[in-house]
Design a protein around this ligand. Structure first.
Ligand SMILES: Cc1cc2nc3c(=O)[nH]c(=O)nc-3n(C[C@H](O)[C@H](O)[C@H](O)COP(=O)(O)OP(=O)(O)OC[C@H]3O[C@@H](n4cnc5c(N)ncnc54)[C@H](O)[C@@H]3O)c2cc1C
Ligand SMILES: NC(=O)c1ccc[n+]([C@@H]2O[C@H](COP(=O)([O-])OP(=O)(O)OC[C@H]3O[C@@H](n4cnc5c(N)ncnc54)[C@H](O)[C@@H]3O)[C@@H](O)[C@H]2O)c1
Length: 482
């Protein structure tokens, strides 16, 4: 990892902002605040960059990119090119994943942050009072503290699990290549992304999900992903109760209420738990429970000098939300804009399976709950009706837009090729409560997937535009002069 060792400091450090945790949230606060003139101390005990860079978003997306390349070989026949069963060079693939991390790491490195004027301490931080943190031999006194200590895998109390060398997102990227049959416990975004990546790279995969996969997403969109992963050969066990696991000579045996699954490795992807232990939050008067540090809409904890952001608050656990939280804190701590608060109206997320699944704002089910049946409108457009998707042979998927009773956009669900890249205009539409006329009038280049955006927006006007009333009006107008 491209990291330089930070100077060892002792004694007392007085600063404006002390940030605990150099992951997505903590780094954003530190970089922003220091560049705007604040004195910043940043404390990190493990790798700079936190989960996203080292064991989360970055390695998982690099792995998915490799899996996509493998699948393209397998699927080549539809373009008139001989299909191949991909030969995976796991050593090279591992180097690719590590290489992507190393290319991004300098942005999060100690060298960069020290260059920005941040004092970086490589220690474990803990509060020793309401306005004081201890990090190794250094005591930090600050005007404001930011807790950005993230989350770790939540491991459920499954009988026998402690006696099995199970994998989590923190270890799976180190053992790639040795896996013959991966049993994935949990069909959330972590489970499904890693399941599909491994399956496409030739690994046998079973997913055990106690409810249904991707439960936070629109079920109709999830069905498109489900059909694809099953077609690719993932053994999907939904509604399955995992009662126990045991080590075997070949690896691991998982006992379900209706049978046994044997594999070489087992991945636990059953959600996250906040990292709060060891921080001595009681000493600082910061309230927390097992879901995370308690914060108000301003991201203030019970101690008004201490903010908490990102995964540790137990809210939306995404890198972009940790970054968003950082902006809310900076506005308050640096510019005294104490009215700055989170607005979760247009929170986007994307699950990077193929097809991708993207969401912003309300799902259809949330709208039904909020407005009641018949009090909101749904617009749809299928990828099959897009010429570029046809040319690419990527016709699975749809866009579903949710409008409130006044025709304002309150949510969008996209499933299909590049759904994540197509999401941004919908984030803006939800954020600003835009009506469909704003998007239907745009000129979209042909042939792009973006035309789906214009077409689904335009569909709001089809009933009126092609109505008998319009026909009558046109016939009437055409009878007149020029
Ligand atoms: C496999 C996987 C894939 C993911 N993919 C995506 C994705 O595609 N897109 C997306 O938006 N999100 C994704 N996420 C979620 C994303 O990684 C997290 O939401 C994000 O990392 C949260 O940032 P954070 O700053 O809150 O915490 P973290 O990134 O976890 O950083 C917390 C840091 O605090 C440090 N720390 C903890 N306690 C102390 C202490 N006492 N003293 C000093 N340092 C401490 C830790 O060492 C860590 O470096 C993924 C997560 C996983 C696990
Ligand atoms: N693309 C992305 O943005 C991305 C990718 C990965 C992770 N993340 C973030 O990380 C978070 C955590 O992801 P995750 O997938 O671990 O958690 P999750 O909470 O989203 O999903 C966990 C799944 O495991 C299931 N489960 C729990 N206990 C089980 C058991 N004993 N047996 C079988 N199934 C069980 C749950 O029903 C659920 O479907 C996500 O919610 C997301 O915020 C984001």
């Amino acid at each position: 990892m491209a990291e330089t060792r930070a100077e060892k400091t002792t004694g007392i450090l007085e600063t404006d902002i002390c940030v605990i945790g150099a992951g997505s949230g903590g780094l954003s606060v530190a970089a922003g605040a220091s560049q705007m003139g604040a004195r910043v101390v940043l404390i990190e005990r493990a790798a700079m960059g936190g989960d996203c860079l080292n064991v989360g978003c970055v390695p998982s997306k690099a792995l998915l990119a490799a899996a996509h390349a493998a699948q393209a070989q397998r699927d080549a026949a539809k373009f008139g090119i001989a299909a191949l069963e991909p030969q995976v060079d796991w050593i090279a693939l591992h180097a690719h994943v590590k290489g992507v991390i190393e290319e991004i790491a300098p942005m999060d490195s100690i060298a960069r942050f020290e260059g920005l004027g941040v004092t970086v301490l490589r220690e474990t931080a803990k509060f020793t009072g309401p306005s004081e943190v201890q990090a190794g031999e250094t005591v930090i006194r600050a005007k404001y503290f930011v807790i950005a200590t993230g989350s770790r895998p939540a491991v459920p109390p499954i009988s026998g699990l402690d006696a099995v060398p199970y994998l989590t997102n923190e270890t799976i990227f180190d053992v790639m290549g040795s896996i013959g049959h991966l049993i994935v416990v949990g069909g959330g975004p972590i489970g499904m992304e890693l399941a599909q990546a491994h399956r496409r790279l030739g690994v046998q995969v079973t997913v055990i999900e106690q409810a249904s996969i991707l439960p936070k997403d629109d079920p109709e969109a999830v069905a498109v992903v489900r059909d694809r992963v099953i077609a690719e050969g993932i053994d999907l066990r939904e509604g399955a109760a995992l009662t126990s696991v045991a080590a075997t000579a070949a690896g691991v045996e998982a006992t379900l209420s209706d049978g046994i699954v044997t594999g070489t490795h087992i991945l636990i992807a059953t959600g996250r738990q906040p990292v709060t232990e060891g921080l001595d939050l009681e000493a600082a008067g910061v309230a927390f429970d097992r879901t995370g540090v308690t914060v108000d809409k301003h991201l203030r904890t019970a101690n008004r000098r201490i903010f908490a952001i990102g995964d540790v608050t137990g809210g939306y656990q995404f890198t972009h939300m940790a970054g968003y939280d950082a902006g809310i804190v900076i506005r308050q701590a640096l510019f005294k804009m104490f009215w700055a608060k989170v607005d979760h109206k247009a929170v986007p997320w994307v699950t990077y399976t193929d097809p991708e699944l993207a969401q912003v704002g309300m799902t259809e089910a949330e709208a039904a709950k909020r407005y009641g049946p018949g009090k909101f409108q749904i617009l749809r457009w299928g990828f099959a009706e897009n010429d570029r998707a046809r040319a690419d042979r990527q016709i699975d998927g749809f866009v579903k837009v949710i409008l409130d009773g006044k025709g304002r956009t309150v949510g969008a669900t996209l499933v299909g090729a590049h759904a994540g890249e197509l999401l941004l205009p919908w984030s803006q539409a939800v954020q600003e409560g835009r009506k469909m006329s704003a998007l239907a009038g745009l000129i979209a280049p042909y042939p792009t997937y973006s035309e789906i955006t214009k077409r689904v927006a335009g569909s709001a006007f089809i009933p009126k535009l092609f109505s008998e009333r319009t026909r009558k009006l046109v016939r009437f107008l055409l009878r007149w002069g020029r």
